[in-house]
Design a protein around this ligand. Structure first.
Ligand code: FE
Length: 200
């Protein structure tokens, strides 16, 4: 199969937040889709490597803040390339709380939706949550950021290729040094698989 066909799919980008007791956390996802209108229902798929995934699985409640074209690479680094297991991602971030008590990110986001999990499906790398939309609001009219917009305008252009053998993560820019990239390799920064790497 030509895996590049998968890259022709279009996606939005979101900060998915959860709260477990006094612990707030969030991660970047590109998988929020409305799947029914009556009742208003969305699906999200969250990588199991993300602490946020575990928190949603436990609490059954989450928010998705919808990233706009105002978002900077720092937002993606902050929520996407470090883990809430080791870092308090919410410590230096401005946020408010939705009715469900979970954090909502306003900065660089044009709106949010609150979800209450109805169904949960284990898909291997990700958990799929189907959720009732319990609340939501619009912050401004800046267009929503798509994955394509992220690659074209937000992700820094790659530096000139170094003269060493290795593989670069096309999602976040992480470089793996070595001739062969193990097939089961997972990017330590963004958790994307070996298929998202290309040779330097
Ligand atoms: Fe990566």
């Amino acid at each position: 199969m030509n895996m590049k066909a998968m890259q022709k799919l279009s996606y939005g980008l979101f900060v998915c937040t959860a709260r477990d007791g006094s612990k707030d956390n969030g991660c970047i996802i590109n998988t929020v889709t409305q799947v029914a209108s009556e009742p208003n229902t969305i699906s999200i798929a969250v990588n199991k490597a993300n602490f946020t995934c575990e928190m949603i699985d436990k609490t059954g409640v989450f928010n998705v803040s919808i990233l706009s074209e105002a978002a900077t690479f720092d937002t993606f680094k902050h929520f996407g390339f470090q883990s809430g297991r080791t870092v308090d991602k919410m410590a230096d971030i401005e946020f408010s709380r939705a009715e469900n008590g979970v954090a909502v990110i306003r900065n660089h986001c044009n709106g949010y939706l609150s979800g209450k999990v109805l169904y949960r499906l284990d898909l291997g790398s990700h958990l799929l949550f189907i959720a009732e939309v319990t609340d939501g609001d619009v912050f401004d009219d800046t267009p929503s950021a798509t994955y394509a917009y992220y690659f074209a305008n937000i992700k820094p252009k790659p530096a000139p290729a170094p003269k060493k053998k290795g593989w670069v993560c096309t999602i976040c820019g992480y470089i793996y040094e070595g001739e062969e990239l193990p097939a089961d390799f997972v990017c330590p920064l963004c958790k994307h698989p070996a298929s998202d790497f290309k040779p330097l």
